[in-house]
Ligand binder design. Sequence first.
Ligand SMILES: O=c1ccn([C@@H]2O[C@H](COP(=O)(O)OP(=O)(O)O[C@H]3O[C@H](CO)[C@@H](O)[C@H](O)[C@H]3O)[C@@H](O)[C@H]2O)c(=O)[nH]1
Ligand SMILES: [Mn+2]
Length: 856
Amino acid sequence: MRRRGRPHGGRRPLRRLQRVRLPGVPPLLRVRAPGGHPELPPVQDPLQAPQGEPPGGGRRGRGGHRRPRARVQHRRRQAAAAAWRPAEQPHHEAIPLWLTSIVCEIWFAVSWILDQFPKWYPIDRETYLDRLSLRYEREGEPSMLSPVDLFVSTVDPLKEPPLVTANTVLSILAVDYPVDKVSCYVSDDGASMLSFESLSETAEFARKWVPFCKKFSIEPRAPEFYFSRKVDYLKDKVQPTFVQERRAMKREYEEFKVRINALVSKAQKVPDEGWIMKDGTPWPGNNTRDHPGMIQVFLGHSGGLDTEGNELPRLVYVSREKRPGFQHHKKAGAMNALIRVSAVLTNAPFMLNLDCDHYINNSKAIRESMCFLMDPQVGRKVCYVQFPQRFDGIDAHDRYANRNTVFFDINMKGLDGIQGPVYVGTGCVFRRQALYGYNPPSGPKRPKMVTCDCCPCFGRKKRKGGKDGLPEGVADGGMDGDKEQMMSQMNFEKRFGQSAAFVTSTFMEEGGVPPSSSPAALLKEAIHVISCGYEDKTDWGLELGWIYGSITEDILTGFKMHCRGWRSIYCMPKLAAFKGSAPINLSDRLNQVLRWALGSVEIFFSRHSPLLYGYKGGNLKWLERFAYINTTIYPFTSLPLLAYCTLPAVCLLTGKFIMPPISTFASLFFISLFISIFATGILELRWSGVSIEEWWRNEQFWVIGGVSAHLFAVIQGLLKVLAGIDTNFTVTSKATGDEDDEFAELYAFKWTTLLIPPTTLLVINIIGVVAGISDAINNGYQSWGPLFGKLFFAFWVIVHLYPFLKGLMGRQNRTPTIVIIWSVLLASIFSLLWVRIDPFTVKAKGPDVKQCGINC
Ligand SMILES: O=c1ccn([C@@H]2O[C@H](COP(=O)(O)OP(=O)(O)O[C@H]3O[C@H](CO)[C@@H](O)[C@H](O)[C@H]3O)[C@@H](O)[C@H]2O)c(=O)[nH]1
Ligand SMILES: [Mn+2]
């Protein structure tokens, strides 16, 4: 690996940025190293690297999400041990065990390296929203901020309650951004009349909600979460009418909820003749697998005003056409349909995509992203700005590592220092041109025009305020030579599909729609671009838009952009930009992790495998590739992990041991190893602000997910590759947030086969411990020494699986007595039996301490 290229590659341009000052206008953002010590980031000496291990990882893990989560302390220790163990003489009897452990350790060492290297250069960023306003929102002039199209995806109103989606939509409509520059597109993949009608109710309610939010600058602007916040809302509020208006608004919201709930209960049973709309015509989406495309525009400049007489952002309902025999490509397909609809109707140069349960928690979120995207320095090469995923409603101890802070606060920041964070599917603002499969503009980062302070600095040479403030006409927008060439050579219709209106829109780098077009014509075109055959024989999903081929379309989509040489940015405002919900129930969580891992395996075996893809242009940085390999290969670690969790039990039950007796030198080596692991771990936690508890949860869940979900993902992934069995996207259920018992979900028990392997491991290890102890009791006191080592490993497995055990037991104050009684009973019966029968120790052979490690 080229060491030179490593840390500097990501950093240098960002640094330079700091130095740029437009006369009178300071930069919009600043990069600084964590903790404010620019020279202090924990960049480790590569020579020392193998000794330190990061606190787990894990995507999304999505981080955990997916993501590369790796690293268990044990593994670290074992990884290091791997270096010397092969040299040691194994016990002859234990050779298969010993071999297994060596193979596992080598794999652990490799995956550790993959996880550790991309964390060497973490960075923190700051944004200056006041400078953004200073530059783009001058007094007496129309705002020059770029328009944004926001996408919300929903699919199943039963698992994704309409009230949740409504809150997301309301937070978007009330966002702190010029109204005429915001358009919200809701994709309904379930073609459900319930989603449609509740969106229509939401649009009505927005007329009251939006002016209220803006008048009192409340946060967050999703009513459910605003009203349930347990804070003193009188503090700092000076307007005398606030209390009164808040109370009135709360009542309005309660009524709105009643209306939505009424719609939901009405939707429980499908009438025989199918759904009928308010105007008496049948709902076109009655057959969810065979229906035409549907579009309905609410609000916007022809849609009436809010209660204060102001315009509201446009809100568009979109349900793409579905026909049998056509692949719809799940979420990725839905997003691509939205790209085209929005290109035809509004064509904003940037778009933000959100899952239906991810609302805007910080109303300035879009502005935050614009600090990067509209920055004259770095902006042009930035394909997207990713925000961390933050969650509501997670149990206090975050039993199943839903928050995934190790991923979002360590791994992602580390990636930002290389070529940028991976895309995690939601809370991400894209540059439209980057999704069209173009390469980033070449040439100097600093555009020549940045010379005077009267210049808005961002390619607005031809901008003429259109009717709604959007620029008109085809912008020349500094199109690059190679792109122009590409344009003349390529057959655009082949690339983008048969819509002239859409193709024209792709030329407008600064967005906007031709002023001549009539709304009716635009809508007709919009229906055309969401027809199910539209993408046939085009580059959609292959080179354009969200990329198909994996149920974790996000990783793939971001990967393609990085391969083209784009850079992404990680933005973490103090007040979380977006918040979502996460499955706090064990089975749901395991299924989610299964889907992520399966998506990774799919990518690993696809033509986009980061091991093999994208060397040609040489645009993907080395360490970024490492990170992507890690993100797609991590599920395979489940195999050695499974073996490793079985070993202690096998050792205890058979009396064999894989560890040779340790010499003084070796123990010194071990101790220093432990100390350095500990030190790097502490450092990492210090710069990232991740707590020990969060880190530990992540470790535990890495093992739990590893021996269940990841394992199944590897099997299903292989089945897909070898037998062509397709994978499906099981949507995670979202809680409504207004249940009586907030955590009822946490304790709900739902059976799934994913539970079998960890349960088995738990049982055999517990049995192993019981057997080992009773055996030692039986054999007297000199057998305790060797036993200790084995017990240690068994305990290691058990403590890691502990949250899983809790999940199996259900609600703590109900089941446990019986569970405890049973396990104590079973354990004592078992150990008594063990002492009597003792099947493994061959007593006849006589004592051979050297061979089995136990004095028998
Ligand atoms: O056919 C489909 C399936 C799903 N979705 C939407 O996809 C989103 C994500 O689904 P969810 O079940 O909430 O998945 P999570 O595991 O919580 O999501 C994470 O992981 C996904 C990839 O597996 C990403 O797409 C998400 O953005 C990311 O938040 C939701 O808005 C769905 O409505 C569709 O629009 N169409
Ligand atoms: Mn989700």
